[in-house]
Design a protein around this ligand. Structure first.
Ligand code: COA
Length: 162
């Protein structure tokens, strides 16, 4: 279906532009798959999924022990497979109605049932600082105490922690 991508406004220019300009090329180049939630032809929200890993080199010592410590000694490796939520945005018109949280539940449900392809243990996201509360509310944990950059913080959700 051809959506009016330019009409989507989540209040963040980069996320709006990604949907308009980059989503299709990223899909065609197999870099990231974009999924759209629609309501009667209007785009309510979108998100992207791609493969990722959490590795020893990008995480401070004490935090890495928390990741590694979730595995038996014989399975303590230097990295673990993940799926990354590359982009996540809800339209301003639909904001604050729990749509973001419901969509996150749907993504988790969909991914946790997905057993047919390659394995992953964590769902990761480079969260905007302003969105950290949203992700924490949805079961994500901050990986590093400090930011990797000034705009985002790496967060993860462990699919095996109930
Ligand atoms: C973050 C975002 C996806 C939440 O979507 P939503 O449908 O409003 O979320 P929900 O209604 O399920 O949850 C709302 C919670 O998110 C928080 N929230 C609302 N607007 C927010 C915003 N602009 N930025 C961050 N958090 C926000 C609220 O504090 C609320 O928490 P509370 O229930 O404890 O009060 C949406 O605000 C958004 O698209 N923001 C702009 C893009 C963005 O920051 N995306 C994340 C990129 S990493």
């Amino acid at each position: 279906m051809d959506y009016k991508l330019g009409e989507f406004d989540c209040g963040d220019d980069d996320l709006n532009e990604f949907l308009l300009v980059d989503a299709k090329p990223c899909l065609n180049l197999s870099i990231a798959n974009t999924f759209i939630l629609e309501d009667d032809g209007r785009i309510v929200a979108y998100f992207c999924l791609l493969n990722d890993k959490i590795s020893r080199t990008e995480i401070t010592g004490s935090r890495w022990k928390k990741i590694k410590g979730r595995f038996p000694k014989s399975k303590q490796f230097r990295s673990y497979p993940c799926i990354k939520i590359g982009r996540f945005a809800v339209s301003l018109d639909y904001r604050g109605k729990n749509i973001g949280s419901d969509l996150m539940d749907m993504i988790k449900d969909f991914l946790l049932k997905e057993q047919s392809s390659s394995a992953f243990r964590y769902i990761t996201v480079d969260a905007y600082l302003s969105a950290i509360h949203f992700y924490e509310k949805n079961g994500f944990v901050q990986l590093n105490e400090k930011d990797e950059n000034e705009h985002t913080r790496l967060m993860f959700y462990d699919k095996l922690v109930i």
